[in-house]
Design a protein around this ligand. Structure first.
Ligand code: NAD
Length: 470
C-alpha cells in the first residue's frame, strides 16, 4: 500500500539527515522504525442511542526511553500513517529538548467540530479504557497529552478513567499531561506550545550571523506575521508575538476563511469575536478572505502555520512570499515544498524544534505528579527569605531605603508558573543553540536537517549506552 505524503516526508527528512550522523545503517534503522502500534475499533453510544463504531490508533515510535509521550488527536483525517509519523516526530522532539521520553501519538478518527460534549466524553473514556487494556497508557508506559482537537477537558477525563480503573497505583495522575491545574496540571501548560513557538522564533531571529546569511533584519519587533489556525498553538503564538514581541499580526487564517489587515490585527479581539460568532466572517477591522489557504501566500515576513500537516506543498510553495516559515504545527511543510522553499533562500524553523514547548512543560507536569509536590512549594519561601536579607544588606551598605513596591518585586519568591516559563525559555534557547552549533560544525545546509541529525544521534547514543548496539 502506498504510504501517505506526510509519512513519506518525515521519512525522507530522516534519511536526508542520516548522512550527517556517521551512524551505521542497522542503528539508523532502529531509530527510524516504529516500535509498537495498536489499531482499535470500539463502539460509542451517540446521543440518540445509536451506536457509532470509532476507529482509533496509538503508536509508540521509540522505546529507547520510557515512558513514551505524545498527544492525542481528534480529527476526521486520522490514519495509521499519520499517527506513526507524528509519533516519530515526538521522538526527535523529545531528544532535541532533553526530555527523557520516547515518542508516541494517538489518533481518533472523528470530526472534533461535529461531536457533542456527551459523545466526546464517552469516546474519550472508552479510548482510555482500551489503551489500559492493551497496556498502552500509564505513568511509566505511555503518557498522552493534548493535540489537534483535544484539550484540558479530554485530559481530565483520561486521568479520571485511569484512576478509577487503576485504583491501587500511586502517581496515577502522571498517566496524562495537559490536565487542568485543579486536577494536578501545571500552570503554563495550556499556553506552553505557543509560548515555546514565540521563544523559538525570537531567539532564532536574534542570531545576527544567521540573519545575515538569509538576508533578514534581526529581531522580531515590527515583523509582519500571518498565522494559520487560531487554536491552542496558533492563538498563543500569535498573542505572544503581538504582545511581547511587538510583531504585527497582519493575517489570521481559519478553515472557514481568513482575515487580512496590513496595519495589524488584535489577536485577543479576533479570537473573542470568533468564539462569539463561530466564524471570522464579519470581523469589523479587516478584510475577509473566503479562500483561507490563499492567505498563506500574502506578503509578510513570518508565516506561522499552526493547523495541520502538508499545508504548504508542491502546489503552493512557489507562491509563498514570507521569508521565514515558522512551523508551529507538525509537518505543515511537506518535503517537496521544503525543497522549493529552501532553494528560494527561505528560512524554515522546523517543527521538531519549534513546537517542542508543549512536551517540555508536559515533562514538568509529569515530574510534579510523580513527586507529589509543586515546584514552587519547596523553594519559594526560602528564596524570599534570602532575597529579603540581600535587600536589607544593600540598604545598610547604601544607606538608602528601597521603595516598598520595588522591594516587593525584588523579594517575592518565584511562582510555579514563573519557574515553568523560565525553564521553557531556557530549554528552547539551549536547543536552538545546539542545532546551530551542529549545523556549523557539520556543514549542514539547513536547520531541519541539522535538527533531525542531532536528534537521531541523541537517540542512537541511548541504544549504544544500553549495549543494544556496539
Ligand atoms: P487545535 O485543535 O487547538 O487548533 C487547530 C486550529 O486549526 C483550529 O482552530 C482549527 O479550526 C484550525 N484549522 C483546521 N484546519 C484549518 C485550515 N485548513 N486552515 C486554517 N485553520 C485550520 O490544535 P492545536 O493543539 O493548536 O494543534 C495545532 C498543530 O500544532 C497540530 O499540528 C498539532 O499536532 C501541533 N502541536 C500541538 C501541540 C499542543 O500542545 N496542543 C503541541 C505540539 C504540536
Amino acid at each position: 500500500m502506498p504510504r501517505s505524503r506526510f509519512f513519506t516526508s518525515v521519512d525522507r527528512y530522516f534519511k536526508k539527515a542520516s548522512v550527517y550522523t556517521g551512524l551505521e545503517p542497522g542503528l539508523l534503522d532502529q531509530v527510524r522504525t516504529c516500535n509498537a502500534v495498536i489499531r482499535l475499533r470500539f463502539p460509542v453510544k451517540d446521543d440518540d442511542g445509536s451506536i457509532k463504531v470509532v476507529e482509533a490508533y496509538r503508536a509508540e515510535h521509540s522505546h529507547h526511553r520510557l515512558p513514551t509521550k505524545g498527544g492525542i488527536r481528534f480529527s476526521q483525517h486520522v490514519n495509521l500513517d499519520e499517527t506513526i509519523a507524528l509519533a516519530s516526530l515526538m521522538t526527535y522532539k523529545c531528544a532535541l529538548v532533553g526530555v527523557p521520553f520516547g515518542g508516541a501519538k494517538g489518533g481518533v478518527k472523528v470530526n472534533s467540530r461535529k461531536i457533542s460534549e456527551g459523545f466526546r466524553e464517552r469516546l474519550t473514556r472508552r479510548y482510555t479504557a482500551e489503551l489500559i487494556r492493551k497496556n498502552f497508557i500509564g505513568p511509566n508506559i505511555d503518557v498522552p497529552a493534548p493535540d489537534y482537537g483535544t484539550g484540558e477537558k479530554e485530559m481530565s477525563w483520561i486521568a479520571d478513567t485511569y484512576q478509577n480503573l487503576r485504583m491501587n497505583e500511586s502517581n496515577s495522575y502522571a498517566c496524562v499531561t495537559g490536565k487542568p491545574v485543579a486536577m494536578q496540571g501545571i500552570p503554563g501548560r495550556t499556553q506552553a506550545t505557543g509560548l515555546g513557538v514565540f521563544y523559538g522564533i525570537r531567539y532564532c531571529l536574534e542570531q545576527e550571523d544567521d540573519m545575515k546569511e538569509y538576508g533578514i533584519e534581526p529581531g522580531i519587533k515590527g515583523k509582519k506575521v500571518i498565522v494559520q489556525g487560531l487554536g491552542n498553538v496558533g492563538f498563543h503564538a500569535a498573542s505572544y508575538l503581538q504582545k511581547e514581541g511587538e510583531s504585527l499580526i497582519v493575517g489570521i487564517a481559519e478553515y472557514e476563511g481568513g482575515l487580512w489587515n496590513p496595519e495589524g490585527l488584535d489577536v485577543e479581539s479576533v479570537s473573542q469575536f470568533r468564539k462569539e460568532h463561530g466564524t471570522l466572517k464579519g470581523y469589523p477591522e479587516a478584510e475577509f478572505i473566503e479562500e483561507s489557504e490563499k492567505l498563506l501566500e500574502y506578503p509578510c515576513d513570518i508565516l506561522v502555520p499552526a493547523a495541520l500537516e502538508s499545508q504548504i506543498n508542491l502546489e503552493n510553495a512557489g507562491r509563498i512570499q514570507a521569508k521565514i516559515i515558522a512551523e508551529a504545527a507538525n509537518g505543515p511543510v511537506d518535503e517537496d515544498a521544503d525543497e522549493i522553499l529552501t532553494k528560494a533562500g527561505k528560512l524554515i524553523i522546523p517543527d521538531l524544534f519549534l513546537n517542542a514547548g508543549g512536551v517540555t512543560v508536559s515533562y514538568f507536569e509529569w515530574l510534579k505528579n510523580r513527586a507529589g509536590v509543586s515546584f514552587d512549594r519547596m523553594i519559594s519561601r526560602h528564596e524570599e527569605i534570602m532575597k529579603r536579607e540581600l535587600v536589607e544588606q544593600m540598604e545598610i551598605l547604601t544607606q538608602q531605603q528601597v521603595p516598598n513596591a520595588q522591594r516587593q518585586r525584588l523579594i517575592h519568591g518565584a511562582s510555579e508558573e514563573e519557574l515553568v516559563v523560565a525553564a521553557l525559555e531556557q530549554t528552547m534557547n539551549y536547543a536552538w543553540r545546539k542545532i546551530r552549533e551542529f549545523r556549523i560544525e557539520h556543514n549542514v545546509p539547513d536547520f531541519r536537517t541539522a535538527a533531525f541529525a542531532l536528534a537521531t544521534k541523541s537517540v542512537a547514543q541511548t541504544y549504544i549506552i544500553q549495549g543494544i548496539f556496539p
